[in-house]
Design a protein around this ligand. Structure first.
Ligand SMILES: C[S@@+](CC[C@H](N)C(=O)[O-])C[C@H]1O[C@@H](n2cnc3c(N)ncnc32)[C@H](O)[C@@H]1O
Length: 223
């Protein structure tokens, strides 16, 4: 494990000026105050409810599904790209979703500073950027220190659900799990029903059409 503090290591993303549609732009302006968490927001905002965190939600298909199918669950989505955030805001508003908050930025400082310890009931990390070249592996989000951060923020007995379509990312993640204490691997059948039938995301569809296998690791925090 690297000795570099998690916040000082290379970012897991490179922000490029992406294309953003006029609808996404409009949603970002009109719905900012309704859904976006800002620098001063605290997660205590969701007092007395169960809280799920979707890390790097992309186009937000999973985030929306979680919020829509679980009105009693408070869902927080974190993403660096505004285009995906714009789409999620517009869809959430159209579908009357209220139990959702979005943070635009890097999930690492967000979790370190904004999320209280032992406060999350579910963390999802689906298809994080694979950084396929070996020289870029240090940019991958799933590393031992990040798994420790997730553990610190999850409540005891809660679930961390990871999916990837990159075989070597999966193998490296498995190795990290093996040397990390306090987790118990779970089977898909053990999951709550709403997690067994999640919608296919655009990234998942791309992976399947490129004939890449979908792999997952499901962990329960036991200590
Ligand atoms: C390959 S996409 C997967 C999107 C989505 N989870 C899915 O299953 O379709 C990975 C996403 O993670 C976001 N991301 C990468 N590093 C991040 C970070 N440190 N904080 C927040 N989002 C991040 C990227 O912008 C990208 O949208």
């Amino acid at each position: 494990m690297s000795n570099v503090p998690i916040r000082e290591r290379l970012k897991s993303f490179v922000l490029r000026k992406g294309r953003i549609t006029s609808n996404q732009k409009k949603a970002l302006i009109d719905l900012k105050d309704h859904y976006l968490l800002n620098e001063d927001s605290k997660i205590e905002l969701f007092n007395d409810t169960s809280v799920a965190l979707d890390i790097g939600f992309g186009a937000g298909e999973t985030t929306i599904h979680l919020a829509k199918t679980n009105p009693e669950l408070s869902v927080i989505g974190v993403e660096v790209y505004l285009s995906g955030i714009g789409s999620v805001l517009s869809r959430a508003y159209r579908e009357g979703i209220e139990n959702l908050r979005i943070f635009n930025g890097d999930v690492v400082p967000f979790m370190e500073e904004k999320v209280p310890d032992n406060s999350l009931d579910l963390v999802l990390m689906f298809y994080p950027d694979p950084w396929p070249k070996r020289k870029h592996h240090k940019r991958r989000l799933f590393q031992q220190d990040f798994l420790s951060l997730i553990s610190k923020k999850l409540k005891q007995g809660s679930i961390f659900y990871f999916k990837t379509d990159w075989e070597d990312y999966f193998r490296d993640a498995q190795k990290i799990v093996q040397i990390s204490d306090g987790w118990k691997e779970q089977k898909r059948e053990d999951l709550a029903n709403y997690l067994k039938c999640l919608p296919q995301t655009s990234f998942e569809k791309k992976a399947l059409s490129a004939k890449r296998d979908l792999k997952e690791i499901i962990l329960k925090k036991i200590s």
